[in-house]
Ligand binder design. Sequence first.
Ligand code: TTP
Ligand code: MG
Ligand code: MG
Length: 371
Amino acid sequence: MKRRRIILHIDMDYFFAQIEERENPQFKGKPVVVGADPKGGEGRGVVSTANYKARKYGIHSALPISKAYELCPEAIFLPVNVELYEKVFENIMNIIKKYSPKWEIVSLDEAYLDLSFLKSYQNAEDLAKKLKKEIFEKEKLTSTVGIGPNKLIAKMAAKKAKPDGLLIIKPNQVKNFLELLDIEDLPGIGPKTGVRIRQSLSLASPQIRSREFRGPRISSEHYLAAPVRIKDLKRLSKRELIELLGVVGERIYERARGIDEQELTSEEIIKSVGKEYTFERDTRDPEIIFKAFEKIIKDVHYELTSNRFSFKTITVICRFTGFETHTKSKTLKKSTSDLEVLKKESKKLLLKFLIENPKLIRLIGLRVKIC
Ligand code: TTP
Ligand code: MG
Ligand code: MG
């Protein structure tokens, strides 16, 4: 029988802007935008985040700052003070970590906790309330919590419950919860993928086809803008989704059904040896990055061999500017303690990060699971 898990996701509300409001009570009740300098509408760069008041004007993360200025010139525009936000998040993480031995930081304002040990959703709800309360009392900041049988559902529940919310989706509620949501609510479906799915569904839909056939004609813009629910997405078979989207198609197929077996990464870290290095300044300089990585590899290998451990799974951790953290792992065919193998495989993983993500790097790390 499958293990029943209970996973909690916590995400701070309008994080950067909420901290600014806390530090500057005179901003309360006004639209606040944190990001690049708008320079009277001529500014380049984007919005990092905006408080909920500013969001009413259509301002959101990643919007060009000039557009934000156009939408609400009277908003309070503030520069990004990452150092302050990181300090605050560190305090919050120290609170979150106390609630479960299995936790995972995802980015600068969110984390997962594995609460399976609590055995019931009622216990998890009680814990979530305490957690939210402790963060609010100590840091004067609101957060939103989602709880579900896996990371996917917990995260989606938190997103739906924002701001200052708590939403619990038990296993028997997953199907209904998901089916009514828009396809773009499913992690992995961005605007581009959304359009491709819409196109594909409209071709597959006899209803739309026959309407088009008899007229009045439905323009492609019309059906591309119409809301499509996850319930509709489930009409596409796994094969159709893979044909349409490549390998991610399979993951989308599973997610639409609430399936997500991903563990929290800290669980992997339990029986492992590892080292991390934070750069003095976020960097993309390959010389600096690989020099630090060589040292990490040597340190990890030294710790392994001095304990006579061997390893089979190698994980490379990369934290980019803004605390966005990713891991990549490779499991070898058989266990080894060979330094050359460790070097070769871990460097390959690190290289993948450099190729895939152009952001500056804040921290790199290496962990091997011992056996
Ligand atoms: P989010 O949690 O995505 O957003 P948020 O906390 O501002 O708002 P919400 O209440 O919807 O959770 O991101 C956390 C912080 O990361 C956000 O406050 C600013 C930063 N950020 C950026 O700098 N750029 C971006 O594009 C996004 C999405 C976030
Ligand atoms: Mg947030
Ligand atoms: Mg977040």
